[in-house]
Ligand binder design. Structure first.
Ligand SMILES: Cc1cc2nc3c(=O)[nH]c(=O)nc-3n(C[C@H](O)[C@H](O)[C@H](O)COP(=O)(O)OP(=O)(O)OC[C@H]3O[C@@H](n4cnc5c(N)ncnc54)[C@H](O)[C@@H]3O)c2cc1C
Length: 418
């Protein structure tokens, strides 16, 4: 079995999909090494195991939205797409979505997956109560807002199996989406702060080589402040629907041109009913604190001619600060620099250290679900609370049942469990 991108072949043929909590519990208790998978959209081996892989596809239940607590209870195998349809049909919504709705909620949150928006936190912040299965197969209930729940929400799959969670919801809302073309980099740099506040969600697509950001995607809540206009920071309003890759048919993209639609059909870039680009791509992403973002833009533009031949496209996004220990946005608003690579791993592997070196003075840290070459000692510097996660994992699971090669060697910088 492979991951979504097809660049990782998992290290075991033992895939199990328990049908009940008791079955899962017995499986966990009797396993030496075990790794739960979400929808397998990560690009590295974070979701790999040498012994047993577990799918929670039979844990797909979604409860009725609770208006009082403004939350909904979900099973550990639910995807954002399933949750979005369920909530929207009942008049409820999530605060944000990633670019793709097909990913599992818990798997996405485990790697701090985010959408965009200067005032939107990454998706893990909407996880509330967590039911977590430990190495003996026992389930513990972590209270919303507790220090433990905050650590486990972005637990990289190292601290047990989340079997159920409650997720924060709000009443449904409408979103309109506009795309603008050819935003001058000069304007982006000179107006970075005010521009970043534009829209509820803002994405900038570029290949770094021209003097313009090719496309600026603005998603605005109907109850928000902004309207579509012919020109925005020098960029021109698109008059037809666009795909972030100009050569691709935009049919797979969520509706644009300012047509209002439910949040569930606008916040992701790609429609639920389509699978974009069928996995023929690789991805990397680095985060820097907001105040370093323009320096990062300059650095990446300087590397543009090396990036361009390997890139399908890059995307710049904005994420609000939070207080989740393993969040790249812990204590600071951040800007995300995402790279959708052509499936050319040998060349991509050569260019990643260059990006990491260029962005190192800016404290750049990688997305844990994507491809990076940064070593564990540097990860510990840019994610200063990584040691808390490692210590918590060691205490909870001294035998390292939930660890794998990626977590032990590449992330925690410790020897692989025997
Ligand atoms: C086309 C595409 C678009 C993407 N867009 C975005 C984006 O817009 N923003 C962004 O930030 N990222 C994005 N990503 C990255 C993606 O969100 C992350 O890789 C995410 O982790 C994938 O979720 P998954 O369910 O596939 O997790 P998997 O890759 O299956 O697993 C990831 C981790 O989650 C753990 N895990 C899964 N389920 C559980 C559970 N029940 N309990 C405990 N741990 C669990 C696994 O053990 C593993 O450690 C994108 C990826 C793709 C392929």
């Amino acid at each position: 079995m492979k991951n979504w991108a097809g660049n990782v072949t998992f290290g075991t043929g033992r895939h199990v999909a328990p049908g009940s909590l008791d079955e899962l519990s017995a499986l966990v208790a009797n396993s030496r090494r075990i790794k739960v998978q979400g929808s397998r959209h990560s690009f590295n081996t974070i979701a790999d195991s040498s012994e047993t892989l577990v799918s929670l596809e039979n844990f797909g239940e979604i409860g009725e939205p609770d208006p009082e607590s403004r939350s909904v209870r979900i099973g550990g195998g639910v995807t954002y797409g399933q949750l979005a349809i369920h909530l929207q049909s009942r008049g409820w919504a999530l605060s944000n979505l990633a670019s793709l709705p097909h990913i599992s909620v818990i798997g996405a949150c485990a790697t701090a997956t985010h959408g965009s928006g200067r005032f939107n936190k990454n998706l893990s912040n909407d996880l509330l109560i967590l039911d977590v299965m430990g190495p003996g197969g026992e389930v513990r209930n972590l209270a919303a807002g507790s220090a433990e729940a905050k650590l486990v929400a972005i637990g990289l799959g190292a601290v047990g199996i989340i079997t159920n969670a409650t997720v924060r919801i709000e009443p449904t809302y409408l979103v309109r989406q506009w795309v603008y073309e050819q935003l001058p980099f000069e304007v982006l740099i000179s107006h970075f702060d005010v521009l970043s506040r534009h829209g509820y969600s803002l994405s900038l697509f570029t290949k770094w080589t021209s003097d313009f950001v090719d496309q600026m995607w603005v998603k605005e809540r109907q109850d928000g402040l902004f309207e579509g206009r012919d020109e925005c920071f020098g960029a021109k309003l698109a008059t037809e629907k666009l795909h972030p890759l100009r050569e691709m048919d935009p049919i797979n993209c969520t509706d644009q041109l300012g047509v209002a639609g439910p949040w569930s059909e606008r916040l992701a870039h790609f429609k639920l009913e389509f699978t974009p680009s069928a996995g023929e791509e690789l991805q990397s992403e680095y985060f820097v604190n907001f105040e370093h973002a323009t320096a990062a833009v300059d650095a990446l533009r300087a590397l543009g001619s090396e990036l361009d031949p390997l890139l399908f496209v890059s995307e710049i996004r904005f994420i609000a600060k939070d207080d989740l220990p393993m969040s790249p946005a812990f204590g600071a608003d951040i800007v995300a620099f995402h790279f959708t690579w052509r499936p050319l791993w040998e060349q991509v592997r050569e260019v990643l250290p260059k990006i990491e070196a260029l962005l190192a003075p800016l404290g750049a840290r990688p997305h844990f679900g994507k491809l990076f070459t940064m070593q564990s000692d540097r990860l510990a510097e840019v994610y200063p609370r990584l040691s808390s996660l490692r210590n918590y994992a060691a205490e909870l699971d001294p035998e390292g049942k939930f660890l794998n090669e990626f977590l032990t060697r590449s992330v925690f910088g410790i020897k692989s469990p025997a």
